[in-house]
Design a protein around this ligand. Sequence first.
Ligand code: HEC
Length: 137
Amino acid sequence: MKIFTVIYFIIIGLLSFHLFQEKTKAESIEAGAEIYQDFCVQCHLTNGKGVSGVFPPLQASDYLLANIDRSIAGIKYGLKGKIVVNDEEYDGVMNNQGLDNEEIADVMNYILNQWGNKSDSFVTSEAVDQIQKSILE
Ligand code: HEC
């Protein structure tokens, strides 16, 4: 009988480990690709190049990579007013897209590692949760 109890706890243990496990970076990027298609592609385009003077690029964007927390805040709270991206000025409005912290983390991991972009950072939903709006001021 005892052996069944042991097996029972092993199975429960494995199941809960699986359920509560955080996404890996690769899984997060994969989820982010889908979010990008649904919420970002209409402005920043499939190739991440945006539209010069209107929608800033994400591919090789110095703004995006210079301060990842600030970029997260723009997606989380929305972004408006003058910014300079790769020596070009933008003065537009990006509304917050209504994503939750995990979705923002996923889409950040995607854009940080797409179109030749590379980042060692791994954005988590906990990190997104900590980002304050004041970083944009
Ligand atoms: C309706 C068009 C639109 C959508 C949809 C949109 N953006 Fe933007 N995005 C903009 C504009 C316009 C700016 C510049 C705002 C400004 O001038 O202050 C911007 C700025 C940015 C920036 C900072 C500048 C840069 O190019 O590095 C990032 C990062 C960004 N967007 C990511 C995203 C992500 C990720 C999504 C999807 C979750 C998204 N955007 C959806 C229009 C959009």
